[in-house]
Ligand binder design. Structure first.
Ligand code: ATP
Ligand code: MG
Length: 576
């Protein structure tokens, strides 16, 4: 495993360095990654994880995982488990695992402190009224008629809220800040709502739940977090984050919130709500569908964790929102896979190639056997072929060759178009690592479709080169028809055809690609068998000349195309 990569030199690192130099936090650095367990992690989260764990690692600090589980309606243990698993897979190890729900009692106590100080009150109005009274930019807020309740009255009501004496939504607890603040977040934000729902950890214990803003900073403070990183949309929440902490007695130095840009990718959505909709609408098979930008999906697709980490380190922790090219991420995937993956031969759209002059067991050629009304694929020869030309340590493997082979139907043209140098009648090509062959004629079916290509081979060209050194323009991959195995191969297109899904209509689902998966019945060499002598579940290999493919983690003989071979990122950059 590669070690997690950190990106040094970003603005958050500068802040931490300055804090260390000034002795703030006594040199302590503690961060946290705070997902809400209401869905699976996606590529955007990978950036936050890399930032949170990376900064801690860079300054010899610690990073904890904290589940921000304050909403019983949407959170589930299934999500908790997948998040823990995904973070480990990415290569990061939380120092400790915490839950905001562990702090419900402490948060409650702190709410009473604010009530006692006259800084929080119980409001009997409904959500809608409260929302209307908040006003907006240049639109004054309206104070609630319940704003001036005494601390005693508020305390009594708040305890009754906790005791379950009121219906859901009947009352809320609000911070008493400033209904005329320029910052809407400070216009008496809601701290608690009444909600009867079964919480994945606290069950029915609570009927009041803290809001994000009330839970978040206080959880940071209780854990001793020093640098609390989040995404830019929380900039306006920072004064509120500070306001709460400034009015409480904290067990550690006050944490500080630092914001960085979200990661967005072209052709991709990273909203959990939208991703869930893709599943609900049956567009994809689940959170781990290889087309999904979830870590589970990318993993099943064959993305190496190290490639995702390197990509995140490369884009860095920045302060302006931007959308990165999916091709850029793919380029990191390709670089990693080129180094690490073994080469294999697989024919995705098989066409039969028969070598007429290939010998059979009894000394006759295939053609002679066929002329006598019989069938034979001929003798088997084994070629030693390098597993990975990029890495000699990967060794060699033996690949069987016979007189009946599968070749890629795209590699043959009955009438070759200009610049087509692959196989056609009268043309000689190299079969990778084996022999030079020349096509002699085609066999067609009733519709005129080519069903078989007949050829002859040059026995002197063993290994793929003629002794006279004559030039052959094309090298093609092949699979012995006798030994080839059946495999299902799935080719994926971008889930969204638009660069920015939803840009024109507002709904990303309007920009879905029509057919984002193509399923092929392929023929693959025996070394691609599932199991000990073949490929492991989840292993990624390069199908020569085609691309990188991941063996499905649970279904044998099923391969997902991870990425093609061509570096589209390089050509995109050349064009711009
Ligand atoms: P969603 O909108 O998809 O539900 P979220 O921000 O609500 O995402 P959380 O589980 O609350 O998801 O996020 C956990 C952490 O990951 C937060 O600190 C959040 O800022 C960060 N995060 C989420 N999405 C991205 C993204 N696209 N890029 C960078 N960080 C992200
Ligand atoms: Mg959220």
């Amino acid at each position: 495993m590669n070690e997690p990569t950190t990106s040094a030199g970003d603005f958050i690192a500068d802040t931490v360095r300055a804090d260390n130099e000034n002795g703030t936090y006594s040199g302590r650095v503690q961060t946290r990654f705070p997902p809400e367990p209401n869905g699976y992690l996606h590529i955007g989260h990978a950036k936050a994880i890399t930032a949170d764990f990376g900064i801690a690692e860079q300054f010899s600090g610690t990073c904890n995982l904290r589940f921000d589980d304050t909403n019983p309606d949407t959170e589930e243990t299934e999500y908790v488990e997948s998040i823990i698993d995904d973070i480990e897979w990415l290569g990061f190890h939380p120092n400790q695992v915490f839950y905001a729900s562990d702090y419900f009692e402490s948060l409650y106590d702190w709410a009473e402190v604010l009530i006692t100080k006259g800084l929080a009150y119980v409001d009997d109005q409904d959500q809608e009224t409260i929302q209307l009274q908040r006003g907006g930019f240049g639109k004054p807020g309206v104070e609630s008629p319940y704003r001036d309740r005494t601390a005693e009255e508020n305390m009594e009501l708040f305890r009754a809220m906790r005791a379950g004496e009121f219906a859901d939504g009947a009352k809320v607890l609000r911070a008493k800040i400033d209904m005329q603040s320029e910052n809407m977040q400070l216009r008496d934000p809601v701290m608690y709502r009444i909600r009867r729902g079964f919480h994945h950890r606290t069950g029915d214990t609570w009927v009041i739940y803290p809001t994000y803003d009330w839970a978040h900073g206080q959880s940071d403070a209780l854990e001793g977090v020093t640098h609390s990183m989040c995404t830019l949309e929380f900039v306006t929440n920072r004064p509120l984050y500070d306001w709460y902490l400034n009015h409480l007695d904290l067990p550690y130095e006050k944490p500080q919130q630092l914001e960085f840009a979200r990661l967005e990718l072209t052709h991709t959505v990273t909203s959990k709500r939208k991703l869930r909709q893709l599943i609900d609408d049956g567009v994809v098979d689940g959170w781990d569908d290889p087309r999904m930008p979830t870590l589970q999906g990318l993993r099943r697709r064959g993305y190496p964790a190290s490639a995702i980490r390197n990509f995140c380190a490369h884009i860095g922790i920045n302060k302006t929102n931007s959308r990165h090219s999916l091709e850029e991420l793919e380029s990191f995937v390709r670089t990693e896979l080129n180094r690490s993956s073994q080469r294999r031969m697989a024919v995705l759209r098989p066409l039969k190639l028969v070598i007429d002059n290939w010998p059979t067991e009894d000394g006759r050629t295939i053609e002679e056997v066929r002329d006598a009304g019989d069938q034979s694929p001929g003798i088997t020869t084994w070629f030693e072929i390098a597993n990975n030309p990029e890495n000699a340590d990967d060794g060699m493997r033996r690949v069987p060759f016979t007189g009946e082979l599968w070749i890629e139907s795209d590699d043959f043209a009955e009438v070759p178009p200009p610049k087509f140098f692959r196989l056609s009648v009268g043309r000689e090509v190299r079969l990778r690592g084996a022999f030079l062959v020349t096509a002699t004629e085609v066999v067609t079916d009733d519709q005129g479709e080519v069903v078989e290509v007949r050829a002859t081979y040059d026995p002197a060209s063993e290994g793929g080169n003629a002794p006279d050194g004559r030039k052959v323009k094309s090298t093609m991959h092949w699979v012995s028809a006798t030994h080839g195995l059946d495999a299902e191969v799935r080719l994926y297109e971008r889930l969204f055809s638009a660069l920015v899904p939803g840009e024109t209509t507002g709904d990303p689902l309007d920009d879905l690609t029509k057919n984002s998966v193509e399923v092929l019945a392929a023929k693959v060499e025996p070394a691609l068998a599932s199991g000990d002598d073949g490929v492991d579940p989840g292993q990624v290999v390069q199908f020569e000349r085609i691309g990188y493919f991941a063996a499905d983690p649970s279904h044998p003989m099923l391969f997902h195309r991870t990425v093609g071979l061509r570096d589209e990122w390089a050509s995109l950059q050349k064009r711009s």
